[in-house]
Design a binder for this molecule. Structure first.
Ligand code: ADP
Ligand code: ZN
Length: 519
């Protein structure tokens, strides 16, 4: 079955072999069965429906919300010698009519449309008159209210297919793999016992890095300076951050652009074009930038803030290295990002059920940021990828040869002590109380009667201070400004105290050994 398909792949595209995931999907489709393909951007989805389309009689309908990409796709197919066209709102009525006529005459193998088109009764009647063996639906998560991008027009897809005289084979594709969304897609698109394939999440050319406790602004400046000639994207959580970063990079003379929903349509399309043509090297953007950006040579994606969940993260990070060349994905994490994301969840008016779901997904994202495990494997497990190999050897966890120790209990002791001292003292005073000092000032304040007095007496006071500093750099604690800075608890510290958030520290191997000998 796959031999014919392979021949098409070689003759039309010039590729010697399908990727593992493509094989499964194409075989399934050619057996005449509905398919739900879960693939990240750049996973090789287009070939999964284009090749079967070429092997079937009649025209294949491709439904996609990405109007800006349709022309590119159709042009690319034209170059390969595959007759294809698109119909969308950018065309004049006469042009639409011409293309419809062409479709009726069997001129095209693939016809791309936006879902809104299905709302036209005339269009549906025309489709019913065609030989339409196969319908491919891109960005299929848009049908689900659970997804991050619900589009009402996707709801018309199922009735449209139901009313066709001959039920075509249906293939739906998405990069969103959560159980709720997957189930929703299969149900709402009325897929018939669909095979579900999760594939292509392993992007071996991406080097995943998480950095905690960096001065983010300095880091970005240095990074951009060292990569001035490479295209890259920096995602920030808010428009304000985008504007600030953009201004500061422009001031230093870098070819920076910006993109967020607060810009006019003209500004946005200008920025997008300039980035595509390399007039802008580094794009500073909110998550509004991306869907439909098909730039293959993006060499790095830096997240200035932690995104709201793993789907969003991997979709954005996955915009790096679509050409298969080595590329970097760097996430700059600070505990403050947790607060920002929680604030954003609270701002949305969500049902209690949805809200709980958002919090759950946020927690998984936080756990990823603290994970000492191979980052690629964490991601692949999260997305239920079928083929998981060994650790990648190329992520910040794999490359970090230090040992990770769980310091949750120590952190809890420190936070609890700071809280009992009413968050009004500096690092050394907190460390002395934890050490169990009977210094005059401590006795005066009656801190020697606190239950946390002396609970870390086994450690040298210097080490207690160091730990407090680590917790500050990780964003659990904050130092007030001024001459006598006091240590205060940040939101994540409360979560640690409630046992909801673990705390890890990397230490050099020798240090761990020394600690072990002490015990
Ligand atoms: P998606 O539509 O999933 O974002 P594409 O279909 O555009 O991804 O594929 C991403 C890139 O991988 C493209 O450059 C494509 O030509 C390439 N590609 C896809 N399948 C193969 C294959 N079997 N062999 C080699 N390259 C492939
Ligand atoms: Zn790894």
């Amino acid at each position: 079955m796959l031999d014919g398909a392979r021949k098409v792949l070689q003759q039309v595209y010039g590729y010697p072999e399908f990727r593992e995931g493509q094989k499964n999907i194409i075989t399934h489709l050619l057996e005449g069965k509905d398919t739900l393909g879960i693939m990240p951007t750049g996973g090789g989805k287009s070939i999964c429906y284009q090749v079967p389309a070429m092997l079937m009689e009649g025209v294949t309908l491709v439904i996609s919300p990405l109007i800006s990409l349709m022309k590119d796709q159709v042009d690319a197919l034209g170059v390969l010698g595959v007759p294809a066209t698109f119909i969308n709102s950018t065309l004049e009525a006469r042009e639409v009519e011409q293309r419809m006529q062409g479709a009726m005459q069997g001129k095209y193998k693939l016809l791309y449309i936006a879902p809104e088109r299905l709302e036209s009764e005339r269009f549906r009647a025309r489709m019913a008159a065609l030989n339409l063996p196969f319908v491919a639906i891109d960005e299929a998560h848009c049908v689900s209210q659970w997804g991050h991008d619900f589009r009402p027009s996707y709801v018309s897809i199922a009735p449209f297919i139901r009313e066709l005289p001959n039920r075509p084979i249906v293939a739906a594709f998405t990069a969103t793999a959560t159980a709720e969304v997957t189930a929703d897609i299969a149900r709402l698109l009325e897929l018939d016992q669909a095979g579900i394939f999760v594939n292509g999440f392993s992007r071996d050319n991406l080097e995943l890095t998480i950095l905690r406790g960096e001065n983010k602004r300095d880091y970005i400046h240095n990074y951009v300076k060292e990569h001035t000639h490479q295209p890259g994207i920096i995602y920030a959580a808010t428009r304000k951050d985008v504007e600030e970063l953009y201004e500061s990079l422009r001031k230093k003379g870098y070819a920076a652009g910006k993109y967020h929903a607060g810009l006019t349509d003209d500004e946005r399309s200008y920025m997008q074009e300039a980035f595509l043509y390399d007039d802008i090297r580094v794009m500073i953007a909110t998550n509004a930038f991306g869907m439909g950006i098909d730039k293959s040579n993006v060499r790095y994606v830096i997240h200035y803030n932690m995104p709201k969940n793993m789907e969003a993260y991997y979709q954005e990070a996955g915009r790096a290295g679509r050409d298969g060349e080595p590329s970097e994905c760097i996430l700059l994490f600070s505990a403050q990002d947790i607060m920002t994301q929680k604030f954003l969840i609270e701002q949305n008016q969500l049902s209690p059920e949805r809200k709980a779901n958002e919090y759950k997904k946020l927690q998984t994202m936080i756990d990823y940021c603290y994970s000492p495990r191979c980052l690629r494997n964490v991601i692949l497990h999260y997305f239920d990828e079928t083929n998981i190999k060994d650790t990648c050897g190329n992520c910040s966890s794999c490359k970090d040869d230090r040992d990770t120790v769980d310091i949750t209990v120590e952190a809890q002791k420190i936070f609890s002590c700071i809280r009992r001292m009413n968050e009004r003292f500096g690092i050394s005073m907190v460390a002395s109380v934890l050490k169990g000092s009977k210094a005059k000032k401590i006795v005066e304040y009656r801190f020697d009667r606190l239950p946390t007095h002396g609970i870390m007496r086994d450690l040298p006071e210097k080490e207690i201070s160091d730990l407090i500093n680590v917790l500050i750099s990780e964003g659990f604690l904050q130092l007030s400004e001024g001459q006598y800075p006091v240590v205060r608890l940040m939101q994540p510290a409360a979560e640690v105290l409630q046992g909801k958030l673990p705390v890890f520290q990397k230490v050099r191997k020798q240090q761990v050994k020394a600690a072990a000998v002490d015990n």
